[in-house]
Design a protein around this ligand. Structure first.
Ligand SMILES: [Zn+2]
Length: 159
């Protein structure tokens, strides 16, 4: 037995932000195993520089944002390849954003409309100043070279 045993001390500590109640900053990190489940083909498509949507074989509805089942009739959908060019349906320029995007402000989000597709695709417009986008402006998809398997792997530029 060692009556003088003690845990090792470290140089680390916490910044105290408040005393009553005590509020401190503590770093938190986690490895998250995330399944894309039935959305997997969409993200695999982005890695292959392809945009995939959904098609309902029963009613013919076509989704730019993939859905496993049709919102109109409930039938299971099938994958389709979307065109890589479309038009701006509407847009907004963000001067504030979530933490991940804050350092990229201002940035412009667009809803892209594609020929023969019934819903819109939310994405980012790159290569235009905040005052330059307009409704109906032709745009084309671009993809990150190294996929992160996020929806931000695709963005649009003026066509
Ligand atoms: Zn349907």
């Amino acid at each position: 037995m060692n009556k003088n045993a003690k845990l090792p001390e470290t140089e680390e500590g916490s910044v105290l932000f408040n005393i009553d109640p005590i509020i401190v900053r503590q770093h938190y990190q986690i490895d998250y195993l995330h399944s894309y489940a039935q959305d997997s083909p969409f993200f695999a498509g982005l890695a292959q520089k392809r945009l995939l949507g959904s098609h309902c074989p029963a009613c013919g509805y076509r989704y730019a944002t993939p859905r496993s089942h049709c919102m109109e009739c409930g039938e299971a959908t099938q994958w389709i390849e979307l065109p890589q060019t479309g038009r701006i349906h509407t847009f907004t320029t963000c001067y504030f954003g979530g933490e991940e995007f804050l350092d990229q402000t201002p940035f412009t989000l667009i809803l892209v409309e594609f020929d023969d597709v019934d819903t819109l695709f939310l994405s980012r417009l790159v290569g235009a100043e905040p005052e330059e986008p307009s409704i109906g402006l032709p745009v084309r998809a671009r993809f990150l070279r190294n996929s992160k398997f996020k929806v931000t792997d695709v963005y649009f530029v003026p066509a």
